[in-house]
Write a protein that binds this ligand. Structure first.
Ligand SMILES: *Cc1c(COP(=O)(O)O)cnc(C)c1O
Length: 427
């Protein structure tokens, strides 16, 4: 046997999954059970004491979810992963493991709207303070660092699409100041960008989007890159101090380069509870089997639609890094040469009213607030997701009155373009 590692397509189908030991089942079975019988009292004690790995209770581990964890860890090139109930749960457990009350983290201003709310409002209750920086200007992250900064957070391809972040430049700043660098890789997926290769320490995913890929399950993943040494670092007591709930064990020492993933599971998921159901893990695993095919098709379709819109008389601008004229085109060539993803925005010359009419006239595109489905999706942020903001806040968030966001699906591009044409003609 050669020691060559399997390729991405092979890992997407096989990583983490062997035929079921009990039945020979080839597709990963759905272990729809809450709890697992112990061999004997000693076995139970070693599981509870973290001396042995195994299944106890499905809130902190389930065999179907374990396959998903191993698969995503392999695709991202991490040491271990944790599957959780949603992308937001992945972000929450990540910060719960890193931050103490009064701590700060720095986040890029261009983020998924739900993450902006979570950071600005929900995290205040835990005494965690977000400091905003500009991902187009990596030096703004360095300028925002204080002695209380415990993490840096960006999206690789940032919402609302069409923004490629210079991961290596921000990673260099994080390394220099010994701060863990967290990348939300939801929009790119590991098929387009592998953030650990660009200096990320931790990756989070909303599996609700491209990993699952079919608009049928909410889920999330945390992936440990194993690159940040938490042991002996007083700033991260969850990993560097003896844990009373585990007999004084120091997780960052005992578990070494996958200590972060373990801490998220045994201190975060166990005590806070956002578990992924095995049924949803099964659906997300099925989605991942075709991730490479889908992401390529999403990106190719999006480029074709973006090129068409860029030449349309009713469109004032298109923001898609795959376009040669786009301000992020060089970063796209560096970070995601295979394609720039499914999601992008464009502007309508006739503004707000034209946006409202467009979404009502489209037939093949579904008008809804999600991304990363096989189906093409459209939203007019100013009249929906960003409705409550002032005009100035809308423009700052990239949701001005004329802006339309598309998540391009896997249909025939000719059909997508024809649908856009008829809806624009009628708008
Ligand atoms: C949707 C999304 C989230 C939140 O994920 P949920 O699964 O909806 O909780 C986080 N980050 C990004 C980039 C997203 O698109």
């Amino acid at each position: 046997m050669s020691d060559r590692l399997p390729g991405f397509n092979t890992l997407a189908i096989h990583a983490g999954a062997a035929p079921d030991a009990a039945t020979g089942a080839r597709a990963t079975p759905i272990y729809q059970t809450t709890s697992f019988v112990f061999d004997d009292v000693d076995h139970a004690a070693s599981l509870f004491g973290l001396q042995a790995f195994g299944n106890i209770y499905s809130r902190i581990g389930n065999p179907t979810c374990s396959v998903l964890e191993e698969r995503v860890a392999a695709l991202e090139g991490g040491t271990a992963a944790l599957a959780v109930a949603s992308g937001h749960a992945a972000e929450f457990l990540t910060f719960h493991t890193l931050l103490q009350p009064g701590d700060e983290f720095i986040a890029a201003r261009k983020l998924y709207g739900g993450s902006i709310n979570q950071f600005n409002h929900a995290y205040k209750n835990f005494g965690w303070n977000v400091v905003w920086a500009d991902s187009d200007d990596p030096s703004s992250f360095e300028a925002a660092i204080t002695p209380r900064t415990k993490a840096i957070f960006v999206e690789s391809i940032a919402n609302p699409g069409g923004v490629i972040v210079d991961l290596q430049a921000i990673a260099a700043i994080a390394k220099k100041h010994r701060i863990p660098f967290i990348v939300d890789n939801t929009m790119a997926s590991p098929y387009l960008i592998r953030p650990f290769e660009h200096g990320a320490d931790i990756i989070v995913h909303s599996a609700t989007k491209f990993l699952g890929g079919h608009g049928n399950s909410v889920g999330g993943l945390i992936v440990d890159g194993g690159s940040f040494n938490f042991a002996g670092d007083d700033r991260y007591p969850m990993l560097s101090k003896p844990r009373p709930e585990y007999g004084g064990m120091v997780l960052g020492e005992t578990f070494g380069n996958f200590g972060f993933a373990i801490a998220c599971r045994v201190l975060g998921l166990r005590d806070l509870g956002p578990a992924l159901s095995p049924f949803n893990a099964f659906l997300i695993l099925n989605g991942i089997e075709t991730l490479p095919l889908r992401m390529q098709r999403h990106s190719d379709n999006a480029l074709a639609v973006a090129e068409h819109l860029a030449n349309h008389s009713k469109v004032s601008w298109v923001s898609y890094p795959g376009l040669r004229s786009d301000r992020y085109h060089n970063l796209a060539k560096q970070y995601c040469p295979k394609g720039a993803g499914a999601v992008f925005t464009f502007g309508l010359k006739d503004g707000y009213e034209a946006g409202v009419k467009l979404v009502s006239n489209l037939k093949l595109f579904s008008h809804l607030a999600n991304i990363g489905d096989t189906r093409s999706l459209v939203i007019h942020p100013a009249s929906t997701t960003h409705r409550q903001l002032t005009d100035e806040q809308k423009t700052q968030a990239g949701a001005g009155p004329e802006v339309v966001r598309l998540s391009i699906g896997l249909e025939d591009t000719d059909d997508l373009i024809e649908d856009l044409n008829q809806a624009l003609d009628a708008a």
